[in-house]
Ligand binder design. Structure first.
Ligand SMILES: [Zn+2]
Length: 320
């Protein structure tokens, strides 16, 4: 029998691995491997070293859940990306990737733009593009209030850009505190590091801007997320929802699934059951925030009757 003191120590250790702030990441790279331990078969998509320990970013190909763990907890066999699709052929992960390819030529809103939840409701995605303004905390407070005793924690996805994280340490800490209090369950989505935006046409804007370095936009953002104690999910949201076929294919080759939206509220698009709703929470989209608060109010009775729920992005894609 282990002494309680030791048990507590190990409990702390295991929590620490998942919620760690990785301050000194080295050799961060795309690295595909089948990672097995016990009867668990996961896909490693990144590897890195922090304080002389080797870590992996691991994806469960069925649940789309992502986690960080020590590499030596797994037996690993390395793969080329092309083989990932063959080995995990029947998984949710590969099916959803194939689906994302169907819209890869769209200049806007490529990728997955709606989900198939088991019950009525929507998936909420909130984009945090670079901004000098404060986080619209009212979105999160309203959600927590409306779904109290119905859904706790409330699941949602936040797409975070590097430049937003660098300027909003306090807001980020506040969001993380809501996760710790089990009021929110946040899926962290990569929204690129620089989130370039200019006055040129869409074909030369956002990630399509000349000289864009995707390694910086994707991998540096993930490193910054990890430094801030956020676990990068398997999802990617294109800045401005703008991409071309080449960029979509490259994002998939990073092992990431592009997430669009069929209900960008500020653009007047109305949400249906299964919609992936988009609002901006970075202080720059007053209309979207107002529309969302209004939407919550209009659904109050449905929420109480559990006829309108918030869906985790991962679960909504399992049935695709
Ligand atoms: Zn954005």
């Amino acid at each position: 029998m282990m002494k309680p003191k030791f048990l507590l120590f190990f409990l702390f250790l295991s929590i620490n691995v998942f919620a760690q702030n990785f301050e000194s990441i080295k050799r961060y790279k795309v690295n595909y491997a089948v990672a097995t331990t016990g009867n668990e078969k996961l896909l490693a998509i990144r590897s890195f070293v922090n304080n002389n320990q080797k870590y992996l970013l691991l994806v469960n190909p069925q649940t789309l859940n992502a986690k960080i763990d020590l590499a030596n907890n797994y037996s690993l066999s390395n793969l080329a990306f092309g083989n990932v699709q063959a080995i995990f052929k029947n998984s949710v992960y590969v099916k959803v990737m194939d689906l994302a390819l169907k819209s890869d030529r769209q200049l806007q809103n490529a990728g997955i733009d709606h989900a198939i939840p088991k019950e009525k409701g929507i998936t909420l995605t909130i984009d945090l593009c670079p901004s000098h303004k404060n986080l619209d905390r009212i979105i999160f407070q309203s959600l927590i209030n409306e779904f109290k005793k119905i859904e706790q924690p409330v699941p949602l996805a936040i797409s975070v850009s590097g430049k937003w994280m660098l300027k909003h340490e306090g807001d980020l800490k506040w969001l993380k505190s809501l996760v710790e209090k089990k009021e929110l369950d946040i899926t962290w989505v990569n929204h690129s590091y620089n989130h370039e935006v200019n006055n040129l046409p869409l074909t030369e804007n956002f990630l399509l801007t000349k000289n864009t370095d995707l390694d910086i936009e994707v991998l540096e953002n993930e490193k910054l997320m990890l430094k801030n104690g956020l676990i990068p999910s398997v999802f990617f949201r294109f800045p401005g929802l703008v991409s071309d076929q080449q960029v979509v294919e490259k994002i998939l080759a990073y092992g990431l699934i592009p997430i669009g939206s069929d209900a960008w509220l500020a653009k007047g698009q109305k949400p249906n059951a299964g919609s992936i709703v988009l609002i901006h929470g970075n202080g720059n989209e007053e209309i979207g925030v107002k529309d969302f608060i209004q939407l919550l109010k209009s659904k109050q009775i449905d929420v109480k009757n559990k006829q309108w729920l918030m869906f985790d992005l991962r679960q909504g894609l399992e049935k695709m």
